[in-house]
Design a protein around this ligand. Structure first.
Ligand code: DP6
Length: 326
C-alpha cells in the first residue's frame, strides 16, 4: 500500500449545519451552504503498513487518545470499504489553532478521507468521498468539492452529500477571520449540535430554512452582496438563538466577539459593506468583497485582544499532494 498525502481547506458555512436527523450517519436536519477557505487548511499523510499492531496517529505533533479514537474509527470505515484490516500511520498538521471555531474537523476529516482512500488504492468519485467524510465530521463533506459548496441533506447515507455550486473564482468574496483565543472552545460542537432540536425555535427555523437557502443561492447567483451579507449575518444569529435556548443551553459568544459584531454594524452605518458570521468558537469571520478587504483588515488587525487575523479567499477543495509529512 502506498503513502498518500492530502491537503484540505476549512470552510465557512453561510447556511449552517445545526441539528441532526440521524446522529449515527451524521445526516443533518437541513441542507447547508459554505465556501472553502484558502488560508486555513490541514495536511494529512496516511500509510497503511502490514506490520503495525495499532494505528499510530499524530495531530499537530501530539498523540492524543480522544482524537486518535475518532480518527481510527474513520480509518475503519475506509478499511471496511477496501476489505482490509491493515493499521495505518497518520500524521496530520493544521496551519491554524484547532477547536476554536475555525472548523479544523472539516479540513481534518476531508484530508484524512482523501489521503486514506488514496493510500488504500480506493478509486472514489468526489460525491463518494464527501459521503464518507461526512461520517467523520458533518461539515467536512463540504471541504471535498471546490469553491462554493452545497451539502444536500438527503434522507439516507447515499443521498446526503456535497457538491460544488460555483468554482472558487466565481465571486471575489473575502473571509477575514479575527482570532481572539487560541484555547480550545468550552463545549464540543458534536454534542451541542445533537441537542439543537430541544430549542423552542428549532422547528420554526427548519420550516423557514428552505426559503432562506433559496434566497441565499439567488444572492450568490446574482452577486448581490448586500442581500447575501444580510442573510449570512442573520443566519449566524439564528443559529446562536437556537444554541442559547437549547437544553442544555450553551453560550459560545464572548465579550470580544460581541464587540466586533457591534463594530461591524457601526461600520455598515458609515457605508462600509462588511458582515459577520460565527461558528461555535468565539473567533469571528468578517465577510466582504475583495475591494473592501484591505480596509476591513486594517480596521480590525489592531483591535483590542486580537491575537491574529487571517484573510481568506475562496479555495479549491481537498487535493492530493506530493509533500508527505513522514
Ligand atoms: C457550527 O461538522 O464540527 O460549524 O458533525 O459533529 O463533527 P460534527 O460537527 P461539525 O459542526 C459544524 C457546525 C458549525 C456550522 C457549520 O459549519 O455548518
Amino acid at each position: 500500500m502506498k503513502i498518500a498525502t492530502a491537503k484540505a481547506p476549512s470552510n465557512i458555512a453561510f447556511i449552517k449545519y445545526w441539528g441532526v436527523y440521524d446522529p449515527n450517519l451524521r445526516i443533518p436536519s437541513n441542507s447547508s451552504i459554505s465556501m472553502n477557505l484558502d488560508k486555513l487548511h490541514t495536511v494529512t499523510t496516511v500509510e497503511f503498513r502490514k506490520n503495525l499492531r495499532a494505528d499510530e496517529i499524530t495531530i499537530d505533533g501530539v498523540i492524543d487518545k480522544k482524537n486518535s479514537a475518532r480518527v481510527s474509527e474513520h480509518l475503519d470505515r475506509l478499511r471496511n470499504i477496501a476489505g482490509v484490516k491493515t493499521k495505518a500511520i497518520v500524521v496530520s498538521k493544521n496551519n491554524f489553532p484547532r477547536s476554536t471555531g475555525l472548523s479544523s474537523s472539516a479540513s481534518g476529516f476531508a484530508a484524512l478521507t482523501l489521503a486514506g482512500a488514496s493510500s488504500l488504492g480506493l478509486e472514489l468519485c468526489q460525491k463518494d468521498l464527501s459521503i464518507i467524510a461526512r461520517l467523520g465530521s458533518g461539515s467536512s463533506c463540504r471541504s471535498i468539492p471546490d469553491g462554493f459548496v452545497e451539502w444536500h441533506k438527503g434522507k439516507s447515507h447515499s443521498t446526503s452529500y456535497s457538491e460544488s455550486i460555483y468554482p472558487k473564482d466565481y465571486w471575489g468574496i473575502v473571509d477575514i477571520v479575527v482570532i481572539f483565543e487560541e484555547k480550545e472552545k468550552d463545549f464540543p460542537t458534536t454534542e451541542s449540535l445533537r441537542n439543537a432540536g430541544t430549542s423552542i425555535f428549532f422547528d420554526k427555523r427548519i420550516r423557514m430554512l428552505g426559503k432562506k437557502t433559496a434566497d441565499l443561492k439567488e444572492a450568490i447567483r446574482t452577486k448581490n452582496f448586500r442581500k447575501f451579507g444580510s442573510i449570512v449575518e442573520d443566519e449566524a444569529l439564528e443559529m446562536h438563538a437556537v444554541i442559547l435556548t437549547q437544553k442544555p443551553s450553551r453560550i459560545y459568544l464572548k465579550p470580544s466577539t460581541i464587540s466586533v459584531m457591534n463594530k461591524v454594524r457601526l461600520l455598515r452605518c458609515k457605508g462600509l459593506d462588511v458582515y459577520f458570521t460565527i461558528n461555535t468558537g468565539h473567533n469571528i469571520h468578517l465577510i466582504c468583497e475583495e475591494n473592501k478587504a484591505e480596509s476591513v483588515y486594517n480596521i480590525f488587525k489592531n483591535c483590542e485582544n486580537v491575537k491574529g487575523i487571517i484573510l481568506n479567499r475562496p479555495s479549491v477543495g481537498a487535493r492530493l499532494i506530493q509533500n508527505h509529512l513522514f
